[in-house]
Design a protein around this ligand. Structure first.
Ligand SMILES: [Ca+2]
Ligand SMILES: [Ca+2]
Ligand SMILES: [Ca+2]
Ligand SMILES: [Ca+2]
Length: 444
């Protein structure tokens, strides 16, 4: 029980290098103007500097007057089809990230949070390593991780790949079961995998990961629900219907890409509240399998969410999509299983600039969460929380930098015994805000 006390913090500063300039309030233009003034603004260098300032200000004015088309585009939650590098870091296949046009990608749910939610692996010391997630839906509820819903890509932790799960006060809970969907759709082999989801007015709009024979629904082919179809289900009345058939999706995609394009599997679904269009992503063509399409205007690309807008350095294919309606400061770790003698870095992103924050550590999480805004719940066991964290408060509390980021570094002791540590960051400025919790399986 004393092991995590030995996690010794080695970096006193919270500010990342990228935030230093923003924190000073002096952007490049102001600095340049100051240099010119101190030189009397008379020499050629000073004149060149003043000219550069004018060019910069004119450019700024143009940028402000010509608002880009994507300025109206929403923030989306996505998952990629494989591990990807991007200019501001990396994303694991199983992780969920936020994409706002013109803003670096930010992780919403890292592997270490999903692993904590999935629980310990049977017969082992370690938690379940999440495979992948699909069928994202963010209902925008204030508490408990926004009540975020998702499905798994393969059966894990006792959950089936056709189940709709939700982050709740009890951890993960089942909202709609695969069995209920199988019955509702009349799927003949008794098995399906849900891969896209939108919940509206208590009704589900969704897509399946594979073609399924059905006794109740026909799309382009009699008695078949295809993986490119969008289907509706009202759990109250039991009604099921086609929203879009695969061929209708092909037509929407063809209107954007190349005539006759076959989109294949539909892999993500959301609603654009700006214009009411359905947003979706598809398996092909490969030039646009990382793009977000809309049903608006007979088929279009969502401004600011085309494949190249994500900045992925690899193939850049999306396999889950949702409209982001909840927001929280997010926590990540440099290594989910740090070995003895290594350095562990815990990183906070998305806090308010200069927000005072406290890193809390516990040996366990508890189901008795108390409600908070943002991600929603403090999940740490309270006894160890106070013993381990509050005693070390001076070194664990930091001020977020001008970009809303902070980090904590620890030397993992050489004599470390295997231990699970759960970390979460709490804001002094807004005591009802907490980050997502992350699981660290140290020395394991
Ligand atoms: Ca994925
Ligand atoms: Ca699934
Ligand atoms: Ca299944
Ligand atoms: Ca599908």
């Amino acid at each position: 029980m004393t092991t995590s006390v030995m996690l010794r913090r080695v970096t006193p500063s919270a500010a990342g290098a990228s935030g230093t300039e923003a924190a000073t309030g002096a952007g490049p233009v102001e600095k340049l103007a100051g240099t010119a003034a101190s030189g009397g603004a008379s020499g050629p260098k000073a004149r060149a500097a003043v000219g550069a300032v004018r060019v910069a200000l004119v450019s700024l004015g143009l940028a402000l007057s010509a608002s880009p088309a994507w300025a109206q585009s929403p923030t989306l939650l996505v998952s990629t089809s494989s591990n990807e590098l991007h200019p501001s870091g990396s994303v694991g296949d199983e992780e969920i990230v936020w994409h706002t046009p013109g803003v670096p990608l930010r992780t919403a749910l890292p592997t270490e949070t999903l692993s904590l939610l999935l629980g310990p692996a049977s017969g082992g010391e370690l938690h379940i390593l999440p495979g992948d997630v699909d069928a994202l839906h963010d209902p925008g509820e204030a508490a408990l991780g926004g009540g975020l819903m998702f499905s798994l890509v393969s059966n894990q932790g006792g959950w089936e790949d056709g189940d709709v799960l939700r982050i709740s006060a009890a951890g993960l809970e089942l909202v709609w079961s695969e069995d209920a969907l199988v019955t509702a759709l009349g799927v003949t082999d008794g098995n399906l995998d849900l891969d896209a989801l939108l919940v509206e007015d208590g009704m589900l709009l969704f897509s399946l990961a594979e073609d399924e024979d059905s006794t109740l629904l026909s799309g382009d082919m009699p008695g078949v629900i295809e993986d490119g179809d969008v289907v509706g289900w009202d759990p109250v009345t039991g009604a099921v219907w086609h929203v879009l058939t695969e061929s209708a999706v092909d037509t929407l995609v063809s209107n954007v890409v190349a005539s006759g394009s076959l989109a294949g599997d539909l892999k993500g679904l959301a609603r654009n509240h700006e214009d009411g269009g359905l947003l979706f992503c598809v398996q092909s063509p490969s030039s646009h399998d990382g793009a977000v399409f809309s049903t608006s205007m007979g088929g279009s690309l969502l401004d600011g969410h085309d494949e190249q807008d994500f900045g992925f350095q690899g193939a850049g294919e999306l396999d889950a999509l949702g409209l982001a309606r909840s927001h929280w400061s997010s926590l990540g770790v440099s290594d989910a299983q740090p070995a003895a003698g290594t350095t562990l870095v815990i990183t906070l992103e998305g806090a308010k600039p200069s927000e005072p924050c406290l890193l809390l550590l516990s040996m366990a999480s508890e189901p008795s969460w108390f409600d908070m805004g943002g991600w929603g719940g403090l999940v740490l066991a309270q006894d160890t929380l106070f013993n381990l964290s509050l005693q070390a408060l001076p070194s664990l509390s930091v001020m977020a930098d001008g970009m809303g980021s902070a980090n904590w570094s620890f030397d993992v002791p050489l004599a470390l015994q295997p231990v699970d540590v759960v970390a979460q960051v709490f804001s002094f400025a807004n005591p009802h805000m907490a980050t997502n919790p992350v699981l660290i399986e140290a020395g394991q």
